[in-house]
Design a protein around this ligand. Structure first.
Ligand code: B12
Ligand code: SF4
Length: 511
């Protein structure tokens, strides 16, 4: 008797082939939970397999249907992979950010696309496919909060992801100029039920956790109470995770939120600081920060530090009104502020945002040979002329800024300041590793090709090692022996035994 073969859905997370970026280090290769949701929504008479190019170069595999996700920066690679299957007559579907923000283009490269939330249309798509009636576009829309699905996590078990990712809410009404989220995820905060989130957290297996909400504690009424319930729940259930989350300046408003965040294992918060002047904030319509005022940043940072939590400030360079000296002033702000680690990106017009339309209208976009040029839209390469600074000059300024912010002495000075401010060597471990990672990402080309500049462990290639570094190496060695080696061990199942700071220490003359 013939047994019925299960149909096979192959899900692929493509990687930008023009640079390594976040996949440079094993600790920053994140699981594509959007695909985990697609897997969860797929009927049980389908077999589901994931290929994540963060780990494995894509190789052709048989499938009945192939689904890809993509940010704009890896959309070109998604199109390349889709072309391989389409040539063989195997149907392909694209969902996720880029397919939603620029569906017109995506439909040219795929048999079908699904925009916005998969929960709104995936089952229909599967039924249509089974009936041989696949349509070109499926509108997933913004589903109700009750419809937001759990993530099917067994598909991730083949790769050594460091973190489990969990999303407790979707949507943001803020509509910042450069951001895709308001259009992509809707204008309302859709907050999942905390008991359901805690149940999902119970399904996660890793020590490290990343809450991928755009703002874990939004500024809606009741948000603080919701957060406290979540954090208390994590403590009561004994999860003992160490985690990072994305927050805004209002995170510091409520001391009890900070207290419970720390108790529940929060080590680092990624905060959209973006700029240190009202002028630049106005340029990108970062209204929450404008309302609070840049003068209040330091008191926000202080309150967070008091609870032993580090701050990863995301900063944008190349606003409309920025002059050369403003970019260096932003650099100096970062150095002098109590921000512990920093992501410094170049303003990039991502498709579907207001910024994109404005820049296109003004003819400011230089790299517009789409889809190939999407590979440059990773925010660490200028793709525009700003009104005041030409593309080549912007790249050259950023190279100088990144070198001065991420060279070993700069990040080690920050490290000691973080220790002083947070009194937590665990937090210091996170912030110091994070600066190494961002240094490696932003300076990727220099590290690999330039005879000058810095090495992969952020040491100057041609300059003599400073006395400061030689002395503090000894302190670092002690910290490593007494604290970080144990921490490394406790994370090692997540990191597959390879921790960035350890590697860096092993390569350092301190050993
Ligand atoms: C977490 C996160 C990251 C993580 C990575 C997470 C990951 N797993 O890869 C990190 C920190 C690495 C990261 C990096 C970057 N990020 Co980011 N990130 C996010 C964030 C906050 C959440 C993403 C997420 O996991 N969402 C939860 C899941 C469930 O949602 P989802 O993936 O959209 O999936 C749903 C649907 O889209 C759909 N779906 C998704 N895939 C598929 C596939 C199929 C076949 C189907 C049918 C449906 C479907 O179904 C899911 C359920 O409904 C988003 C903002 C946001 N709200 O989306 C920004 C966001 C995606 N990031 C953005 C950017 C710009 C970047 C960076 C370029 C920034 C930088 N320079 O650092 C890099 C680029 C990295 C790269 N790979 O090239 C932009 C992307 C805009 C764009 N057009 O590309 C966003 C939208 C934020 C913004 N400000 O606009 N990011
Ligand atoms: S940058 Fe943050 S606050 Fe602004 S729209 Fe995007 S998610 Fe909302």
């Amino acid at each position: 008797m013939e047994t019925l073969r299960k149909k096979k859905l192959l899900l692929v997370n493509p990687a930008n082939k023009s640079r390594k970026g976040f996949i440079n280090d094993i600790s920053t290769r994140f699981m594509p939970i959007g695909l985990g949701i697609v897997a969860q929504l797929t009927p049980s008479d389908w077999e589901v397999e994931l290929i994540d190019e963060s780990f494995d170069e894509f190789k052709f595999k048989e499938a009945d249907l192939v689904g890809l996700t993509a940010f704009t920066a890896n959309a070109f690679r998604a199109y390349e992979i889709a072309a391989i299957y389409r040539e063989k007559g195997i149907k392909t579907v694209m969902g996720g950010i880029h397919a939603t923000m620029f569906s017109e283009e995506a439909t040219e490269h795929f048999d079908a696309i699904l925009t916005h939330d998969a929960e709104g249309a995936w089952l229909q798509l599967i039924r249509d496919f089974e009936a041989g009636e696949l349509k070109k576009i499926y509108y997933g829309g913004i589903v109700s909060v009750e419809a937001i699905s759990h993530v099917r996590r067994d598909i991730f078990s083949k790769y050594p992801y460091a973190y489990d990712l969990v999303q407790t809410s979707r949507g943001c009404p803020m509509g910042c100029d450069f951001c895709s989220v308001t259009f992509m995820c809707g204008q309302q905060y859709r907050e999942r039920d905390i008991d359901d989130v805690l149940k999902e957290l119970g399904e996660t297996t890793r020590k490290l956790l990343f809450f991928v909400d755009d703002n874990l504690i939004n500024n809606k009424k009741g948000a603080s109470e919701r957060a406290i319930r979540l954090f208390k729940g994590m403590v009561e259930r004994g999860f003992k995770k160490h985690w990072i989350a994305q927050v805004a300046v209002n995170f510091a408003d409520n001391d009890e939120v900070l207290y419970w965040a720390n108790k529940a294992g929060c080590k680092l918060v990624l905060m959209g600081v973006e700029a240190e002047t009202s002028r630049a904030l106005k340029d990108v319509r970062k209204n929450l920060n404008l309302k609070r005022g840049p003068d209040n940043y330091e008191s926000v940072f202080r309150k967070i530090h008091k609870h032993g939590i580090g701050i990863l400030g995301t900063m944008i360079f190349g606003m409309d009104s920025d002059l050369r000296e403003d970019l260096f002033a932003r650099r100096d702000f970062i150095t002098n502020s109590s921000i512990d680690c920093y992501q410094c990106t170049i303003l990039t017009p991502l498709p579907g945002t207001e910024l994109f339309h404005r820049m296109k209208q003004r003819d400011n976009i230089i790299n517009d040979d789409y889809p190939r040029d999407w590979q440059q839209y990773h925010c660490m390469k200028a793709v525009i002329n700003t009104p005041n600074i030409k593309q080549a000059e912007l790249d050259e300024i950023m190279r100088e800024i990144w070198l001065s912010l991420y060279n070993k002495e700069a990040i080690r000075r920050k490290m000691f300041r973080t220790w002083w401010n947070t009194k937590s060597l665990e937090t210091v471990y996170w912030t110091y590793a994070s600066n190494h990672n961002y240094g490696r990402m932003t300076l990727e080309e220099i590290i690999e090709k330039d005879p000058e500049g810095v090495t992969g462990s952020m040491e100057w290639k041609t300059r003599k090692r400073s006395l400061y570094l030689r002395i503090t190496d000894k302190v670092l060695l002690l910290i490593y022996l007494f604290k970080w080696s144990r921490l490394t061990k406790s994370y090692s199942s997540s990191f597959a035994g390879k921790v960035p700071v350890t590697t860096e220490l092993e390569n350092s003359p301190a050993r």
